[in-house]
Design a protein. Structure first.
Length: 610
């Protein structure tokens, strides 16, 4: 096996060049095998209990790293060449790697020309499998009059040519695969026709390129020809967690206090009997809760209790609330340091804004751990392929992971104001459009429920990312969002974290967190709202309610709201400017903020001046 020396950023080994991804390196096309091929001696383990609890029993490992130039014995990752079919840039002959020359791989043709990987590969429509197109078989198949007996019996395996011919038309029709033996010529346009492989008898082999083909790997799903570099060929399934001191949400702590009460077992044992409400009343009086809360907990006691928080964001939200409850500079040590300030105590904050935005946290240091669970191919509702395909029967799979240190800005919004706003009929109807579309799209079930508060805060995060990119020194692709906006839990959340993190450094340079100060953040937030007030695509954009993939955006486009998909938790979906700024019939969450400022200020160079 030939060693190719090429460096990747550490974060790229999780995404976009993680397990299952096709990578172009130095004129060659490679694919990353699963973690069973990793040399665990050189892959350090990463510890994050919160993330492992969410993923289940697993081991998180970081790819091998090195400093300086890579030597002969430097630890690295194994990559397989894929596709194995190539064509010569000089003589156009097609060739395929065989078992005889694996140990003596050459990227040059016999004529001396460079071998170029074939552009098209075959991907399984539902099974997420990937394989080479059997070019010789495909070239001699078809249903036209040219498929004669001599064509079907041709064995000229080394006489295929990949040619370009303008006399046959343009586009894929001008690209053809020809056989020098039987003179059969077939255009590439036949490759992308509907059910092309099925008609030619080419089936999915049911495995990944680095796996050994087995007769038991039967896949009934059809194959589709795609370009090997298409983004849909690799849809990474990632999950990340902030490494923070785990805090219990208020509802969980209250439930634990009820369960710990000495008389709670009597409520459970009575099971709705005559003494149940009396005893529950004693507990409610002592703990300051309602009788209904005690009774509902007693009824659910027989069911399986979830001691591990179901959602990572529950614990993160509780931890942020604890930090924001103590305004001022955070004197603590560790990997979670937050300085907090209240908008109500800052005279420079407009009244309309402070009624909505209550507290801001300057996250001076935070540790994030990202892990790759697996990937899908072709469509988001295809089967997921796990990052560890080992057949050794290990109980704990190994998942690629990376730890990153960074900084950010956390915004907490007023629950009462949000609750009153999202209960408005027009607001609920607007958000209901996205809720209905999400319910009708199978793959969209993995996205957050687009209730009004989530869509509004999500859109506001995008607007602020676009503005922060001008002032922070980071590109918008370097900034990440984390949205805390749910009403379907006992502890409602209403907050946004915008942060940046680096995986190959011990932190960042403070360019983002310094913008969390009142005198900088308020002008930036107002400027972000002002940017979104008018879009270059208006009035089409603001009046639209069908934009983006599967129409999962309303009034949101590249001219006003969208950011890099790697920065967004929902891949630029579930966005709407009207729920932020208001529309013809919809009151926006931040409606009235700009009007108050414009009554006494002007915008100059991105800052609001009296």
């Amino acid at each position: 096996m030939q060693r190719i020396k090429h460096d990747l950023r550490l974060s790229e080994t999780v995404s976009p060049f993680g397990v299952g991804a096709v990578v172009d390196i130095r004129g060659e096309s490679l694919i990353a095998p699963d973690t069973s091929w990793w040399d665990k001696r050189y892959a350090p383990e990463i510890h994050c209990e919160r993330l492992v609890e969410r993923l289940g029993a697993s081991t998180l490992r970081e790819a091998p790293t090195h400093s300086g130039r890579a030597g002969k014995e430097t630890a690295g990752l194994t990559y397989w060449r894929f596709p194995t079919w190539r064509f010569c840039e000089r003589c156009s002959r097609l060739s395929q790697r065989t078992s005889k020359d694996r140990g003596k791989w050459t990227n040059n043709c016999e004529c001396g020309g460079m071998l170029i990987p074939m552009r098209y590969v075959a991907v399984c429509e539902k099974g997420s499998h990937l394989q080479d197109i059997p070019w010789f078989m495909w070239a001699h198949r078809g249903h036209d009059a040219g498929v004669t007996e001599s064509v079907r019996l041709c064995r000229a395996y080394k006489e295929l040519r990949f040619v370009r011919s303008a006399k046959h038309g343009e586009g894929l029709k001008s690209l053809r695969v020809e056989c020098g033996g039987c003179k059969r010529s077939r255009p590439m346009s036949d490759l992308v026709a509907k059910e092309a492989f099925g008609r030619d008898g080419i089936r999915c082999k049911g495995f990944q390129p680095w796996q050994e083909p087995l007769l038991t790997n039967v896949c009934e799903h059809p194959l589709i020809a795609v370009q090997r570099g298409a983004t849909g060929n690799y849809i990474a399934e990632r999950i990340s967690a902030l490494d923070i001191p785990e805090e219990k949400p208020q509802s969980v702590a209250l439930a634990d206090a009820i369960r710990a009460h000495g008389d709670f077992s009597r409520v459970v044992a009575d099971n709705g009997g005559p003494k149940t409400e009396i005893i529950a009343g004693w507990i409610a009086d002592e703990l300051g809760v309602t009788v209904e809360e005690v009774l509902s907990l007693a009824l659910a006691e027989g069911e399986q209790r979830n001691d591990v928080l179901a959602d990572l964001k529950d614990g993160e939200w509780a931890a942020f609330l604890k930090k924001l409850a103590k305004p001022g500079r955070d004197r603590s040590q560790g990997d979670f340091i937050v300085d907090a300030w209240s908008t109500a105590e800052e005279p420079t904050v407009p009244d309309a804004l402070s009624a909505r935005l209550t507290t801001v946290g300057k996250v001076r240091r935070v540790r994030e751990v990202r892990a790759l669970k697996g990937f899908r191919r072709y469509s988001a509702d295809a089967d997921m392929i796990h990052a560890d395909l080992s057949t050794e029967g290990r109980r704990k799979p190994t998942l690629p992971a990376i730890e990153m240190y960074g900084e950010g800005i956390f915004l907490q919004f007023g629950e009462k104001f949000l609750a009153d706003w999202e209960n408005l009929v027009a607001v609920r109807a607007r958000a209901g459009i996205l809720v209905d579309r999400r319910s009708k799209t199978a793959w969209a079930q993995r996205l957050d429920v687009p209730e009004a508060r989530f869509v509004a805060l999500h859109t506001l995060a995008h607007l602020l990312i676009r503005r922060l990119a001008y002032a922070s020194g980071y590109s918008s692709a370097s900034l990440q969002e984390r949205i805390y906006a749910h009403t379907d839990r006992t502890d409602r959340m209403a907050g946004v974290l915008i942060y940046t993190a680096a995986g190959d450094a011990q932190g960042t340079l403070g360019g983002l967190v310094r913008l969390g100060a009142p005198e900088k953040l308020v002008p930036l937030l107002l400027a972000a709202l002002d940017d979104a007030d008018v879009c270059s695509n208006d009035p089409v954009c603001i009046e639209s309610d069908r934009q983006g993939a599967s129409s999962l955006n309303l009034s949101a486009c590249h001219g006003c709201t969208l950011v890099s998909e790697t920065s967004c938790e929902s891949a630029n979906r579930l966005l709407d400017r009207q729920l932020v700024l208001g529309g013809r019939d919809v009151p926006g969450l931040m409606e009235g903020v700009l009007e108050e400022i414009r009554g006494r200020s002007t915008l100059s160079n991105g800052r609001w001046d009296d």
